[in-house]
Design a protein around this ligand. Sequence first.
Ligand code: KQY
Length: 368
Amino acid sequence: MTPQPGTPRADGYYMPAEWAPHTRTWMLWPERPDSWRAGAVPAQAAFRAVIAAIARFEPVTVGTSQAQFLNASTQLADIPNARVIELSSDDVWMRDCGPTFVIDHAGGLAAVDWDFNAWGGHDGGLYPTWDIDSQVARKVAQLEGVTRYATPGFVLEGGSIHVDGEGTLITTAECLLHRNRNPGLSQDAIETYLRDYLAVDTIIWLPQGMYNDETDGHIDNFCCFVAPSEVLLCWTDDAADPNYSRCRAALAVLENSLDAKGRSLRVHTIPIPSARYAVLESEGGAIGQVPDEEGQPERLAASYVNFLIVNGGVVMPGFDDPMDAVARKTLEKLFPEREVVMVPGGEILLGGGNIHCITQQQPRPTGA
Ligand code: KQY
């Protein structure tokens, strides 16, 4: 299927908010040994728990390699709402290599297939080849039989944007303006892509995302919309935490921004869990910390904002941390009509992301 000419906006499509109804959630199955320790066995158990949690609320489609198809099918066999399909990928980050779905007001669904370069290509990207990931969005669009809009020459990951479905988008300059994404494009030219492909009018640029996030500061690990004109921002009051200044810089921007409908934003905050570090693997499991370039243990970008809103629920990561209970209460207050389900997120974090990063919602068009 050749991509659709023109742009989604010109054809009446827009990206709905994550809280709008879904048809399903798409995921990929972990296997890659340089991302997932111990033969990916602990990661597969963690993914299984996420799949089971989401499947309580809506169907989940899980793509696997040919080699993992039977294993995944067996492990997920008792989750009735989970479907396993053979859909190869380089790793598991469906948010980033999968399509961004857009809908119209007449029951239509389409997919945006952004260029993908594994978070930076050969200038700081996270794996050396990404050609299989680059085909994931196209394969999902074909499986669903929907129109696909491609953006040749324009790199974007789904985790680097959040929308309110009413014309506003939030992102970070750290990621979208990074030299390893679209070095030939000005901020204005990048905004034009976002306006044309997602039908947004107002773009709010936070300076940075979470400290040491290997995605170069994806917004979905730092700040998100929780309702029209309401956002949730990671927060720490510990001045020694490298996130301290990042949180304050983001707050200053959010407090001085209006959304596409001219409303001020109400900013809610959620604590950052205690510092967590990458671990070295041995035969027996984790034995030590991975040093960063200065020889310090590598801080992981743990965040409770990396949750997924599903039909009637919110599936959030927990870190076996004293802040888990506070974070859960925060989401329960913000989403009183949804059930908040906390799933262990530590193993997924070791791979470089969390629940939002490994999922992609397919909105249910409601306008027909
Ligand atoms: O969206 C994400 N958090 C992707 C992270 C990729 C990590 C690869 N090791």
